[in-house]
Design a protein. Structure first.
Length: 211
């Protein structure tokens, strides 16, 4: 999406990099598909992430190896074991904010309020919960994409930056941190590394917006 907007100023380009990183992270926290696995295996996802990291308005390094499992089946099994089923290491690390504490209904109502305020609706085909980590990352991608577009047009982004800061502070930053802390280091390295990258990025992005 960001590539379709001509980002001519440094601030617009930096915001576009933030948007691109949120988008890449959101894609990878969805259950893997054969197509996504091929992108991971070919190194294209790692390249996307590193390019976005290099263009951020602050310093941030990738937190680990974004290499996939040897096969799609192993990648799929790793996702299920870590996020949906659990195993020898204990209960799964659910990718729903409402399962991390704070009250499920309260969390659902709050994140939906953010989405609806900006005219965003969830896909009826996916039957997805609004508090899924990928959905919350996609929301930040949408907000930062709008901000990059506004900056490219010389418009104010104060309200968009405020919304980004509030959503990170109230929801996404702590949620991503909890997922990273529960992901551990076992199994395929991709998902723990992805979780650490998301947590570090959300925390640093919030710090930048609050500064």
């Amino acid at each position: 999406m960001v590539a379709t907007v001509e980002l001519t100023t440094p601030e617009a380009q930096a915001t576009g990099a933030r948007s691109a990183l949120y988008r890449s992270l959101a894609r990878c926290f969805r259950p893997p598909t054969p197509e996504l696995y091929q992108e991971i295996k070919a190194g294209r996802i790692a390249e996307e992430v590193h390019q976005a990291l290099a263009a951020l308005p602050y310093s941030l390094e990738a937190a680990g190896d974004l290499a996939g499992a040897p096969s799609y089946e192993e990648m799929e099994s790793a996702y299920m074991a870590l996020f949906e089923v659990g195993g020898e290491q204990g209960a799964p690390c659910f990718l729903y904010e409402g399962e991390q504490g704070g009250g499920r209904m309260k969390v659902l109502e709050e994140v939906l309020r953010f989405y609806h305020y900006f005219g965003l609706r969830l896909s009826q085909e996916k039957h997805e919960r609004p508090d899924h980590l990928a959905t919350e990352l996609e929301f930040m991608h949408a907000l930062t994409f709008q901000a990059a577009s506004a900056l490219a047009g010389g418009q104010s982004v104060d309200s968009l930056r405020s919304a980004q800061r509030d959503f990170l502070r109230l929801h996404l930053a702590d949620f991503a941190s909890a997922v990273a802390s529960k992901s551990g280091t076992n199994g395929a390295p991709f998902y723990p590394a992805l979780a650490r990258c998301a947590a570090a990025f959300c925390a640093r992005d919030l710090q930048s917006l609050a500064g």
